[in-house]
Design a protein around this ligand. Structure first.
Ligand code: GDP
Ligand code: IMO
Ligand code: MG
Length: 433
């Protein structure tokens, strides 16, 4: 058996959904452990495209168990919509195969309102997804949060909503000058979600502990990316959870000693949505070209993603932060028609060369990327599924990345579809024993 974590090594949208869907074939259980509906994980199967925000990306494999762990902040409205959509497409037929931790915190209507208000009324925007993520995690940490088990007990839920509204309405009305919420409206709105969540709520940590004893294969699906991590990212331009692999344990209840392999996902270039420093960003026609070819528009908000060259400085840092054992290099096909491709191999700041990202964002903003140019391959690699069929210059690009990062590439992705993939090493099979 093997338990594998999958995390993004950049600023999110690396292609985690595709890889999770692919690896789910060899997994028994797929677990989301942090983030919420700010995530948008895309899976392409034939002509069908599915974007998942909350339900784990293993859900298209009907015989697998999918779990939303305690570390997620769950918007029942989004979940309800997602479940209906999946069921209408013939997935999620067996409700017993989908579980939600009773300890998972809920996103409430006032979280979304406060997220939007903060973004629109403060001078320095973060560029959040507006899904209420920050305010929900704030409540969790300040011990004001409302969890799935609290919703299931209607008395506890009503009481907690009332308690929260005393403070939330004060802020919404007195500070922002907007209309507040009525407890009875929220209680009424959430009544159908009580019925929905009752169906799936359980002690998921206990289930995972039994599954580990039974030697099942567990796949942990990270959301966002390493540099959106609340501690290690480009603070304050980050999300409100720990996105690094260390959070797999607390976000699911599985101990760190039970995780065998960490797979890091990165694109062959870099993208970022929202505000914040981005040293290799291309604000010119090359950046636009990457956006057009790579269809770099947010899966959750539709916002255009900022694009730039591959940044080996940040990815190297991410490899260390997450304890990465192998890499997935995604979207290599996006460079099919580029004469030259650049890699950032270091930064120059105030005349000094550095190869580790500085701690402060002001310093990071002043970092000039030191670029190394490699020749393109000027031919389509879309759909290639065998390494030997890659053009020489594509192999050269991958070799150079491995050399700079000091780690091997396990999987190369040559298109959004399941079979547009070169699997050099399947971490489940490698670790089976
Ligand atoms: P995630 O949030 O990490 O799951 O990534 P997203 O789904 O937000 O964004 C990745 C996008 O790239 C999706 O539209 C995928 O369908 C697409 N994609 C994934 N792998 C490849 C690839 O190798 N080539 C191309 N062209 N697109 C890909
Ligand atoms: P996946 O899982 C890319 C970004 C937002 C914003 C910042 C804070 O699809 O890779 P938040 O709503 O979390 O408070 O926003 O984080 N962000 C993401 N960017 N991919 C994501 O998820 C993201 N989730 C949040 O754009 O800059
Ligand atoms: Mg995404």
């Amino acid at each position: 058996m093997a338990n594998i974590g999958v995390v993004g090594l950049q600023w999110g949208d690396e292609g985690k959904g595709k890889v999770i869907d692919l690896l789910s074939v060899d997994a028994d259980i797929i677990v989301r452990y942090q983030g919420g509906a700010n995530a948008g994980h895309t899976i392409v199967v034939g002509k069908e495209k599915i974007i998942l925000h909350l339900v784990p990306s293993g859900i298209l494999h009907k015989e697998k168990y999918c779990i939303i762990g305690n570390g997620v902040v769950l918007d029942p409205e989004v979940l309800d919509h997602e479940i209906k959509e999946l069921k209408s497409r013939g997935y999620l037929e067996d409700d017993k195969k989908f579980m939600i931790s009773g300890l998972t915190h809920l996103i409430m209507p006032y979280h979304k309102k406060l997220d939007m208000l903060k973004e629109s009324k403060t001078k320095k925007k973060i560029g959040t997804t507006g899904r209420g993520i920050g305010p929900a995690y704030e409540d969790k940490v300040s011990r004001m949060g409302i969890r799935v088990i609290d919703l299931i007990d209607s008395k506890v839920f009503t009481e907690k909503v009332k308690q929260n509204l005393e403070i939330k309405n004060f802020i919404i009305q007195k500070y922002y000058g907007e209309e507040g919420f009525k407890a009875e409206d929220i209680v009424k709105q959430y009544a159908p979600y009580r019925r929905l969540l009752k169906r799936y709520a359980t002690d998921t940590a206990g289930f995972l502990h039994r599954s580990i004893s039974d030697k099942k294969n567990i796949l942990f699906e990270g959301a966002q990316g390493t540099f959106l991590d609340i501690d290690h990212g480009t603070y304050p331009y980050v999300t409100s959870s720990n996105t690094v692999s260390g959070n797999i344990a607390s976000g699911s209840g599985v101990p760190p000693t039970s995780i065998d392999y960490m797979l890091g996902i990165c694109k062959a270039y870099t993208t970022r949505v929202g505000e914040g420093p981005f040293p290799t960003e291309l604000k010119d026609s090359t950046g636009e070209r990457i956006r057009d070819v790579g269809r770099e528009y947010g899966s959750t908000t539709g916002r255009p993603r900022r694009c730039g060259w591959f940044d080996a400085v940040i990815v190297k840092r991410a490899i260390r932060l997450n304890g990465i054992n192998g890499l997935c290099m995604m979207k290599l096909d996006v460079f099919d028609n580029f004469d030259a491709i650049n890699i950032c191999v270091g930064y120059e700041v105030k005349g000094k060369k550095i190869d580790v990202p500085p701690m402060g964002i002001e310093e990071l903003e002043n970092c000039k990327p030191i670029l190394e140019e490699l020749p393109g391959w000027n031919t389509s690699i879309h759909g290639i599924d065998m390494y030997k069929r890659l053009p020489r210059n594509a192999k050269r690009y991958l070799d150079r990345l491995e050399e700079l990062l000091g780690i091997g590439i396990d999987i190369i992705s040559t298109g959004p579809e399941r079979d547009s993939t070169i699997v050099l090493k399947n971490p489940f099979i490698k670790n089976k024993g």
